[in-house]
Ligand binder design. Structure first.
Ligand SMILES: [Zn+2]
Length: 371
């Protein structure tokens, strides 16, 4: 069985190396989207670049029939973007049984697997509508822009997100994340000559400390970024703070955010404070006995993979929960150092990853799948 998979794994390896070399910072995914779009078109598949930058392919059905656009589809996606800016040298390489490079597993090997799957489904079309998508805005402050738009614009029966590193996992739930950006502005001035004038930096420190104090025990917040002032002997005219809140329960997440927000909005005279929500990944959970999850478990068993760890995570699945769309995130291989330039993935497990993905899509797109 493995021998017949080898050319496919080689193809995924080559595509992974090719795509990893194309920069795709969050918000600037166009170059990589163009390559993915061309590869889908080369397979003879329809390709749409939607208004937020996703690459979307609605696959033809058996017999060459084009599914109606309003027919709910099984949607399978991998994200285009990486956490690396254009200043980071992307020099993907193969070293023995490993592939190395920034973003190579998160999520480039999954994009390559998606293209391999596209090739197979072009040759052997599914019985019910399947849409493949390469999405924008998964990382950083992208706020799942691509997945959210995709799931609102494409009628979706079930949503499968593919991540490069997660071969031992099925992500069936979403940790909610909510991001706030607080900005403080004042008139600034000379640290001695204008002494007494309100400082945006001081306002940030006081409000930030109060916000941390306002967080109930057991809840999780992270002040990830603080920026303030320009030099040591000037009163800061501007200061900014970015905070990330996480919770498995979306209602509780929003309640904590309200407390944090109220504390951050407090500012002394002479300082104008604004607090904006800059992102929300809603929490949620696909029911454990949903046919999609049963299909995902069975697909692993089909190809001899052990039972997966089933857990919550922060993936594109979060975009599906508020819409009531059943969803799961599956992996392609194993690796380490996500979000670091030293990131790597193992080549041999790709054979099982693509086989399980193929089996899941076959099962979930079957007429009688119940998905
Ligand atoms: Zn990812």
């Amino acid at each position: 069985m493995l021998a017949s998979l080898d050319p496919l794994v080689e193809q995924i390896v080559a595509t992974t190396l090719e795509l990893t070399a194309v920069p795709a910072p969050t918000g600037d995914e166009g170059d990589r989207a163009a390559v993915v779009g061309r590869r889908l078109a080369d397979l003879g598949l329809p390709v749409e670049h939607d208004e937020v930058g996703n690459v979307v392919s609605r696959l033809p059905l058996a017999g060459g029939r084009v599914p109606p656009v309003d027919a709910p589809a099984l949607v399978v996606s991998a994200h285009l973007d990486t956490v690396f800016g254009r200043d980071v040298a992307l020099e993907p390489r193969r070293d023995g049984e490993r592939l190395l490079g920034p973003g190579i597993g998160d999520d480039t090997v999954a994009l390559a697997a998606l293209l391999a799957l596209a090739g197979e489904l072009a040759a052997s079309p599914p019985p019910t509508p399947v849409v493949l998508a390469a999405t924008v805005g998964e990382e950083g402050l992208g706020d799942l822009r691509g997945a959210k738009h995709l799931l609102r614009s494409v009628p979706t029966r079930a949503f499968v997100a593919v991540e490069g590193h997660l071969l031992d996992d099925l992500v069936t739930g979403g940790i909610g994340a909510l991001r706030l950006c607080a900005t403080y502005r004042g008139s600034g001035g000379h640290s001695w000559g204008d002494r007494g004038a309100a400082s945006a930096a001081h306002a940030l420190l006081v409000a930030g400390a109060a916000a941390l104090k306002a967080v109930p025990a057991g809840r999780h917040v992270n002040v990830g970024v603080i920026e303030a002032g320009t030099t040591v002997n000037a009163i800061a005219a501007e200061a900014r703070l970015l905070v990330d809140l996480r919770d498995e329960d979306d209602g509780r997440l929003r309640r904590t955010a309200t407390l944090v927000r109220r504390a951050l909005e407090a500012a002394p005279r002479g300082i104008h404070a604004t607090v904006e929500q800059v992102g929300h990944r809603p929490a949620g959970q696909t029911p454990r006995d949903h046919p999609l999850l049963r299909a995902a478990r069975a697909a692993r068993a089909d190809v001899g993979l052990p039972r997966a760890r089933e857990d919550s995570g922060s993936t594109e699945c979060n975009a599906a929960f508020p819409l009531g769309i059943p969803t799961v995130c599956v992996g392609i291989t194993r690796g380490a150092d996500m979000h670091r330039t030293s990131e790597w993935v193992a080549i041999p497990p790709i054979a099982d990853g693509i086989a399980a993905l193929r089996a899941l899509v076959r099962r979930a797109s079957a007429e009688d799948s119940g998905v």
